[in-house]
Ligand binder design. Sequence first.
Ligand code: NAD
Ligand code: FES
Length: 273
Amino acid sequence: MGYQVLESVWLAPNVRKLLVAAPHVTRNCGPGQFVIVRATPDGERIPLTIGFADKAAGTISLFIQAIGKSTTDLCNLETGSSLCDVAGPMGKKTTIHNVGHAVIVGGGVGTAVIYPQARALKEQGNYVSAIIGGRSKPYVILEEELKAVCDAVYPCTDDGSYGFKGFVTQRLGQLITESTANPVKEVITAGPVPMMKAVAEVTRPLGIHTVASLNPIMVDGTGMCGGCRVQVGGQMLFACVDGPEFDAHQVDFKELSDRLTAYREHEQRCMAK
Ligand code: NAD
Ligand code: FES
């Protein structure tokens, strides 16, 4: 019953990849879209980006970081178990242009969010660079998969245990400076909110078009509950139907951050219980 978990593997100490049978999702999904899943009928609804979608096999890959009770429950699902709900695809597909040189910037599990865009940008004929970061080597994910679809991949670690030592934003600044012969024309980013804000501040003065995939709290995923509201260019929008991708130079990241931490105490109580 439900949606079968065909494979469940740890990609990093706190990130699990689930390969799930969901043919109704693969029929018409694209980069940037997501599903809302529940592990059990009384479980919380969790939005997850569709990482890899295999139309022929009818499967999707989902990447989950264990941060609270429900995400920990999802991470504990083993091969052969099942999800009770997989609703989607939801959200807008990424608009992919041939811009010349596009850079995707992923932080932690956010790297999984932008893998489909990297592949789509390459298919459109772009030169694609990927900058992917983690606290230390075990937290850098999908490097090999990205190498297969990008022209260059730059892993970064905060502690210098692998690749560039420093934040992805530092490497982005360097790459932009180095790329005078093939200037960076577009940046797509996903990861922690402070990282996406910092990416926007690197590209803003240079006028480089920058898109951020936002991860607000979501409930219904249909634009009805208001849970996912975000301020973009002074307008109130709903990430589930108007996004989840927005012009990073227009996003109010402070409000996003405040809303994401609103239930932290409740979450901590649930975990303790
Ligand atoms: P993390 O805190 O370990 O950071 C990952 C990398 O992001 C770091 O290695 C660094 O390179 C960069 N980074 C972090 N803070 C930065 C800052 N202030 N300035 C510049 N660069 C910075 O990431 P994690 O623990 O793997 O957490 C991933 C985060 O991604 C979670 O907060 C999760 O909520 C979020 N997330 C976002 C999306 C999305 O669509 N945007 C989807 C899933 C998860
Ligand atoms: Fe309810 Fe977006 S999740 S409006």
